[in-house]
Design a protein around this ligand. Structure first.
Ligand code: PGA
Length: 250
């Protein structure tokens, strides 16, 4: 599978910022990025603008409702995202878990709902610093996987390993730490899905920057990246996508 690079803009951006990003992105071109799929996940109101102007980027959302439609003020149904051209949705991001009390069980329901609407799901897992320091990081991630993937099938499924202590802190996990956890995630997925687990990409997130991307993506177990801060600028996102494309995945 080719590398997967996903921009998570979180609650950032504006119409002028998008115009600037897209102009720069188009100028750099995607001809050299043939080894990577690049996905942009802006806030909901900007999805249409990206769809219109940045045709070389696939489109994704940062979350979706657990409901299909109806009286759920403020929610966005996965079918609406599909209709707007989204192919992807990020689910269970640690900021959703932390600020919106999302549980593994809720994430599992969202995964099912999103898949039913034809979206590919990027399910986030990752430990807090105290859990790593206590040596519990693998158990935490194993339990998040078990809960968040309850009932999920391996098609159209991506796992993003995002250690919470690395998100937005400028401190990325080392390539060894990330590779080691990705290996563990693969073991957990194989135990659950058998051979079909090889269809599932496992990508890394947490302070991915142009200067760390090459080392991370050179790891066998790392199939791409989920990029927050460094995705807001077209140049740094392009450099990260280039590193992934150059990592030589088939
Ligand atoms: P970051 O965010 O790259 O700014 O650390 C990654 C994420 O939260 O997806």
């Amino acid at each position: 599978m080719s590398a997967l690079i996903v921009a998570n803009w979180k609650m950032n951006g504006s119409m002028p910022a998008i115009a600037e990003f897209v102009e720069q992105w188009q100028a750099m071109g995607s001809a050299t990025l043939s080894g990577a799929r690049t996905v942009i996940c802006p806030p909901y109101p900007y999805l249409s603008e990206f769809r219109k102007t940045a045709t070389s980027l696939e489109l994704g959302a940062q979350d979706c409702s657990v409901q299909g439609q109806g009286a759920y003020t403020g929610e966005v149904a996965p079918a609406m995202l599909s209709e707007l051209g989204c192919r992807w949705v990020i689910l269970g991001h640690s900021e959703r878990r932390q600020y919106h009390q999302e549980t593994d069980a809720l994430v599992a329901l969202k995964v099912a709902n999103a898949k039913a609407a034809g979206l590919a799901t990027i399910v986030c897992v990752g430990e807090h610093l105290a859990q790593r320091e206590a040596g519990n990081h693998k158990a935490v991630v194993e339990s998040q996987l078990a809960g968040s993937l309850e009932g999920a099938t391996p098609e159209a499924l991506v796992i993003a390993y995002e250690p919470v202590w690395a998100i937005g802190t400028g401190v990325s996990a080392s390539a060894e730490q990330a590779d080691d956890m990705h290996r563990w995630i693969r073991e957990c997925l194989s135990a659950k899905y058998g051979e079909t687990a090889s269809e599932i990409a496992v990508i890394y997130g947490g302070s991915v920057k142009p200067d760390t991307a090459g080392e991370l993506f050179a790891c066998d177990m790392i199939d791409g990246g989920l990029v927050g801060g460094a995705s807001l600028e077209a140049r740094s996102f392009h450099e990260i996508a280039q590193a992934a494309s150059d990592s030589g995945r088939e």
